[in-house]
Design a protein around this ligand. Structure first.
Ligand code: GDP
Ligand code: MG
Length: 442
């Protein structure tokens, strides 16, 4: 795995004060592999590596960081910078109605994103929003937009498969003007692949509507192909932003880097669920961590100062890797580690959003407050009970509760939380906090 190799390389680079041609090559080879594994398109990877190399060579190693860590931090920063720094919300600086045109392949998530954006603009920007579908090829597509627009609390402008997209656009624009809408969101027809006639159609729509935003909606799972799609849409339309959908999936989201590089347009939003509220402002730094298959390493490196028991963390990492064998002793040691590292919630912030979403079932605030009590409860258990929590039935629970001076319900709660944590650990295996701690132990 990437991180294992990095661990080794970071170790090898220890004690060297500068990043040099010779020590950087191996590291960058691993980074290159990681990017390709994340499905970043090859030419984009090549460019990126060249830029990082240039930035890294001769760079002084900062403070207490080792050359390997410094390089990782350069990679991370460059990734984030390439994907766009800062937050880019929807631009509405136009004579109302501000028109937003949605473009992208069929199935990319245009219709879903149209409704998500409507909701976002209503709730966050307090706008009056109208949607309309120019997808006259599939009657179901128009109905779909109607349904999701209602869910978003916006108004839907009717269209039919008998109409021409151009006429629909003109009618909707006219209606939006007359009824003082702030925003008109225009959903468009799906393209299974780049199709000349359909490309011409959306170009015409663009000319008719003069949109302030032309958003390219792209599926994060699309991988290497994203580069060709992005090229075609960039050539056809002056894109002003990108929405990366389906980031809740398993992909490492390398498409973000490719699409951003090819179009030059900022990635404005990320789709993170099928539901209408599954839209997030795109966070480039967080996404950089995801592409590399790690959380925000730099922040973690900074956070993990003295006091962390690396030995214990490594043992834990080995267990977590297997996905099972995670017992209450580990739970206890984990609780104590987290405490030293500045609390659960601040750590969760550093992990890729995909992981934190999955870990959402665990209430971090409460976990922090209860740490002391939890330690007490686990310490009241026998070694056997800690190894085999399934043995803990009614009588044992009562004894443990008495020993820790808490109610039986609290013991139950702890056991339940342990199960959740065990679950989460399984999901984190293959790249997460523990691996990182292991890495930094080098
Ligand atoms: P369109 O053809 O571009 O209009 O795509 P749709 O909006 O109809 O979406 C295609 C499929 O992808 C639908 O099943 C959506 O529910 C799903 N989808 C869209 N965005 C997301 C997302 O961010 N996450 C997930 N999991 N599914 C999504
Ligand atoms: Mg659609």
């Amino acid at each position: 795995a990437l991180t294992d190799k990095l661990t080794r390389l970071v170790k090898e680079m220890r004690g060297q004060a500068r990043i040099t041609e010779s020590n950087v090559t191996d590291m960058l080879r691993e980074v290159r592999m990681a990017l390709l594994e994340a499905d970043v398109a090859l030419p984009v990877v090549r460019d990126f590596i060249a830029r990082v190399k240039e930035k890294a060579l001769g760079q002084e190693v900062l403070g207490s960081l080792k050359p390997g860590q410094t390089l990782v931090s350069i990679v991370n920063r460059e990734l984030a910078a390439t994907m766009g720094e800062g937050v880019a919300d929807i631009n509405l600086a136009a004579q109302p109605p501000a028109v937003i045109l949605m473009a992208g392949l069929q199935g990319a998530g245009k219709t879903t994103t149209t409704a998500k954006l409507a909701k976002h603009l209503i709730e966050k920007r307090k706008k009056k929003v109208l949607t309309v579908s120019g997808d006259v090829y599939r009657p179901a597509a128009i109905e779909q937009l109607k349904t999701v627009t209602k869910q978003a609390g916006a108004e839907w402008f009717p269209s039919t498969p008998e109409q021409k997209p151009h006429d629909i656009a003109v009618a909707a624009l006219d209606y939006a003007k007359k009824h003082y809408f702030d925003v008109l969101l225009v959903d468009t027809a799906g393209r299974l692949a780049i199709d000349e006639a359909l490309m011409q159609e959306i170009k015409d729509l663009h000319a008719t509507l003069n949109p302030v935003e032309t958003l390219f909606v792209v599926d994060a799972m699309q991988g290497q192909d994203a580069i060709n799609t992005a090229k075609a849409f960039k050539e056809a339309l002056p894109l002003t932003g990108i929405v990366l959908t389906k980031l809740d999936g398993d992909s490492r989201g390398g498409a973000a880097l490719s699409v951003r590089q090819i179009t030059g347009a900022p990635i404005k939003f990320a789709g993170v669920s099928e539901k209408i509220d599954g839209l997030e402002v795109f966070d480039a730094e967080r996404h950089a961590g995801r592409i590399l298959g790690m959380g925000d390493i730099v922040a973690l490196v900074e956070q993990v100062t003295a006091g962390v028991d690396i030995e214990a963390a490594q043992k834990l990492a080995a267990k977590v890797k297997s996905g099972d064998g995670f017992d209450l002793n580990d739970f206890l040691s984990q609780i104590q580690q987290m405490k030293q590292m500045g609390g659960l919630s601040s750590l969760m912030d550093k992990l890729p959003s995909q992981l934190t979403a999955k870990a959402g079932a665990v209430d971090m605030d409460k976990a922090e407050k209860d740490i002391k009590r939890k330690e007490g409860i686990i310490q009241s258990m026998t070694p056997l009970e800690r190894r085999k929590p399934e043995l803990i039935k009614a009588t044992r629970k009562k004894r443990i509760a008495n020993g820790a001076g808490v109610q039986v319900q609290e013991v139950n709660r702890l056991l339940k939380e342990f199960e959740q944590m065990q679950d989460m650990m399984k999901k984190m295996k293959g790249g997460g906090l523990m691996k990182m701690m292991k890495k930094m132990g080098g």
